[in-house]
Ligand binder design. Sequence first.
Ligand SMILES: NC(=O)c1ccc[n+]([C@@H]2O[C@H](COP(=O)([O-])OP(=O)(O)OC[C@H]3O[C@@H](n4cnc5c(N)ncnc54)[C@H](OP(=O)(O)O)[C@@H]3O)[C@@H](O)[C@H]2O)c1
Length: 348
Amino acid sequence: MMKDAQPIHSTHYQLQRKGDAFQLQRVPRQMPTLKADQVLIQVGAVSLNYRDLLILRNAGQDSVAGQIPLSDAAGTVIAVGSSVSRWQVGDRVAPNFFSNWLGGKYQAQHYLNGALGGANTEGVFAEHIVASDNAIVAIPTHLSLQQAASLPCAAVTAWHALFERGHLQAGETVLIQGTGGVALFALQLAVAQGAKVIITSSSDEKLARARELGAWQTINYRQHPNWDEVALSLTDGEGADHILELGGPDTYARSINALASGGHIHQIGVLTGFGPTPNLWPLQFKNANIHGILVGSVAHFNALNDFLSQHQIIPVIDQEFAYEQAVEAFDYLASAQHFGKIVINLQS
Ligand SMILES: NC(=O)c1ccc[n+]([C@@H]2O[C@H](COP(=O)([O-])OP(=O)(O)OC[C@H]3O[C@@H](n4cnc5c(N)ncnc54)[C@H](OP(=O)(O)O)[C@@H]3O)[C@@H](O)[C@H]2O)c1
């Protein structure tokens, strides 16, 4: 028995096979059924991540035919299950990337059975979604639904890396690759913590915008393919204390070279492909660390939101698309013209 009435009709996007890859199709569906411990959310906005592009291109290892894609949404609770007491109709919430990693130690089954929009767990690209009452977070009051929709994957990943695993301190140096979603959240969080950020980009215009957000130093990695050497010279030969490793095979060896003694490589991205095989030998002589990072838990998301509220951080949204413009939004993501996040707005 639900505590509130719900509308009858809804639509969602699903992934349909097209050759070796997938295409997006919007289809009608029955309103999702609500269990006792679940809430029904009217989605206000979703955001895109590079992962969603990989899934659409079938570049990952997941079998997602028929699946609802995307992991990132924010919306308003419109009904609650009979045993739900912590949420009320009207609450503004966002689902965690992992529907089953609430906190504590990460386990493989969190990815296998709980990654939203992956092979085994429905995603959020829908007008209405259901979520367990313990798998969602309240969104910061200073953020719109569109801004909050940009948080679940990119921002939680940056938070998990720099703060939960790296214990970032004021005055430390952080090197960030590119100006996409994860990168700009890392920039904003690190600047708010009082760290010195070196950021790389293929575009001088984007680097100028990164400086406006507080970047300490910038490097154009097209003009300076040896950006690791540039980073070393910018830090008087010391290197960066934290490196957001977003590139993968083409960047990893340079990240190791640009790392400071005792530093942290946060291994996150696959922008240049999968399976880097760097020579790890130099890490031993730096007494350095590698942290494998896979998004984060509900507890991480809540801690991130506290920090965002404390520092009144506003996510950088490059462009908003309408619900009907899913294909255009994905094409724009693929073009890599964006600076920050791409959002799809479901509110008219
Ligand atoms: N492990 C995890 O939990 C996790 C979570 C989230 C994301 N990721 C991964 O992290 C990466 C970033 O994700 P995202 O969603 O933030 O991507 P995104 O928004 O699509 O970022 C794209 C940007 O990355 C930059 N870039 C591309 N190739 C680069 C290179 N060789 N060196 C430096 N920068 C490069 C470009 O920035 P410029 O235009 O400025 O050059 C590009 O615009 C992806 O590989 C994604 O799969 C992993």
